[in-house]
Design a protein around this ligand. Structure first.
Ligand SMILES: N[C@@H](CCC(=O)N[C@@H](CS)C(=O)NCC(=O)O)C(=O)O
Length: 311
């Protein structure tokens, strides 16, 4: 964002979008522990920083500058303001504070399976994030602003501070490693266990996704857009999926989950397309294999996944 004033507008818009972010308890915690003197010193320093920023004017560095300097300064200003003027505190300023604090941004669409993959990991890790809806119906994902985040014009794109990523599986792995101590573990520390997990992540992306993606397109999306599924393509891919699920059945008869003895990214990566297929004739291919059927039912009932689908 080149212009600081635009940045402030942006923050105001975000405030409207994000309702109910801080609980009373969280908010009160955020106000505690700052003495008046400390607050005033920071207020002066913050004002100087903001003025310096405004003098910079419209530079390309502004966005980085805003993130590195203005974001923390605004957090402090919010604290100070709330500390000094408790009666004026309301839900809206709490929302603004939470929005400013949030460093993780996910650009995606609620109709995108790849976006759901990342949302599922964020839910497992119980991480707060800002969701920026990309209007795919109006081809926003092919516009220069979005292409600068995701050069192939596909959702999702992701940002965590100064790190920008695309490709859902790379994003999920980054989150699982970076926030390893938060929420549920989705990877292994042991390198050998991790190597096996990676094998099954590869199987998902190289074998499961192409087949399940085609079936989801034919059986879910085409009817949604008023198009007729191609019976030959469905047949051919059902056969490929059956062969793949036979391998899964064998794996799951000796290991509770695909990646190992607990739920990991290898299982989670399957969820978005699995959810689409479970609403079609393809469900019976999962159910026909006892271990696969039980695995599919269990991973789909995880609270974080249910939350992903309902929030
Ligand atoms: N390999 C990518 C695939 C992303 C992808 O296929 N996204 C779809 C939505 S689920 C998309 O943006 N499609 C629009 C297009 O390809 O033009 C990932 O996992 O992030």
């Amino acid at each position: 964002m080149a212009n600081p004033l635009l940045w402030f507008d942006h923050m105001e818009n975000q405030e409207e979008k994000h309702m109910d972010y801080l609980s009373e308890e969280e908010y009160n915690r955020s106000r505690m522990g700052m003495s008046d003197v400390f607050a005033k010193v920071f207020k002066c320093a913050s004002c100087l920083c903001v003025i310096e920023g405004l003098k910079e004017g419209e530079t390309d560095e502004w966005a980085t500058w805003a993130d590195v300097v203005v974001r923390p300064v605004l957090v402090l200003l919010s604290w100070i303001n709330h500390h000094q003027n408790p009666p004026s505190v309301n839900q809206s300023s709490r929302n603004l504070l939470r929005t400013i604090i949030m460093a993780i941004k996910l650009y995606g669409s609620f109709i995108s399976t790849a976006t759901h993959r990342v949302r599922a990991v964020l839910a497992e890790k119980v991480l707060e994030y800002e969701f920026i809806n990309i209007d795919m119906a109006n081809i926003q994902h092919k516009k220069p602003e979005f292409l600068s985040r995701s050069p192939f014009g596909q959702v999702p794109a992701f940002e965590d501070g100064d790190l920008k990523l695309f490709e859902s599986r790379a994003i999920t792995q980054y989150i699982a490693h970076t926030y390893a101590d938060k929420g549920n573990d989705l990877i292994f520390k042991d390198p050998k266990k991790m190597a096996i997990l990676m094998v099954w992540m590869e199987v998902e992306s190289q074998r499961y996704e192409p087949v399940s993606g085609k079936l989801a397109w034919e059986l879910v999306l085409k009817p949604m857009f008023g198009m007729t599924p191609d019976v030959m393509i469905v047949k051919e891919n059902e056969k490929k999926l059956e062969e793949l699920l036979d391998v899964y059945e064998s794996r799951l008869s000796e290991s509770k989950y695909l990646g190992g003895d607990c739920f990991t990214l290898a299982d989670l990566h399957h969820l978005p397309t699995m959810k689409s297929l479970m609403e079609t004739q393809v469900k019976k291919l999962f159910d026909a294999r006892p271990h696969v059927g039980a695995w599919a039912t269990e991973i789909q009932s995880r609270p974080a996944w249910v939350k992903t689908l309902t929030s």
